[in-house]
Design a protein around this ligand. Sequence first.
Ligand SMILES: NC(=O)c1ccc[n+]([C@@H]2O[C@H](COP(=O)([O-])OP(=O)(O)OC[C@H]3O[C@@H](n4cnc5c(N)ncnc54)[C@H](O)[C@@H]3O)[C@@H](O)[C@H]2O)c1
Length: 254
Amino acid sequence: MNLTNKTIFITGGASGIGRDCVAAYLRAGARVSVLDRDENALNALKGQFSSDVLLTLPGDVRQKDDIAAAIEKTVAAFGSLHVIHNNAGIASPSKPLHETSEDEWDSLFDINLKSVYYTTKYGLEHLQQTRGNILNTSSMVGEIGQNNHAAYVASKGGMSALTKAMALDYAPFGIRVNAVCPAGVWTPMLRRWAGEQPNAGEIERYLDDIHPLGHCPEGDVIADVAVFLISDAARFVTGCIMPVSGGAELGYRR
Ligand SMILES: NC(=O)c1ccc[n+]([C@@H]2O[C@H](COP(=O)([O-])OP(=O)(O)OC[C@H]3O[C@@H](n4cnc5c(N)ncnc54)[C@H](O)[C@@H]3O)[C@@H](O)[C@H]2O)c1
């Protein structure tokens, strides 16, 4: 699974799953451009890799001008664009719907879902030129639901549905659109979510137990599947919501 000479634009690539994807894409030979609002984390990333292959762009995926400028700079720096990986996301608040404020709802949907609208608006014409592809980071809770997490679950259900709609609309251009669908992955976001739970002390054990393969993983397991999905090895795969979940969604539960 070689990504040599591919240019990949990823949102939320400065930490967690996105950061592991950036490292895996670079190892596979790609040039990577990262848009993230965390400038400290972006600088840490910049210190690790050569500026010939990594572009770090501070910005907010809620701002269409940030996304438009970032895609323009990516193409100016690397000459083309082959992949958009929509990965930026937030998981707070952990609340049922009636306790979720309007601002919390809007913020979750703007970051987790509307950002895909902007990256597509500004990136699609470049992907048409390269017959590139789009990868979305969805979540297993968008498929199976989760208690006490209504707005997030809705945003990820939307992400999975949108992936299929985009796959159909862009197939005529030869553009594939897929999603990776993790259950739990140890990242700064999951640690924040764990801290919001009433039984925070038991969460580590719970997160190991929900994965039949026996543990809650790190982001490398997602990154390896992401490399496959954006590579030519997956050239006939589109509209796929790929579970990378250790089997978390399987079987009856109490
Ligand atoms: N960690 C998990 O258990 C898990 C499970 C399923 C899905 N996911 C999804 O994976 C993706 C990555 O999550 P993570 O766990 O690595 O989280 P994380 O918090 O570790 O990383 C998210 C990154 O997105 C960036 N970001 C957030 N809001 C942004 C904004 N408005 N503009 C620009 N950048 C922004 C953050 O700065 C951060 O670098 C998310 O879409 C999340 O929903 C995570």
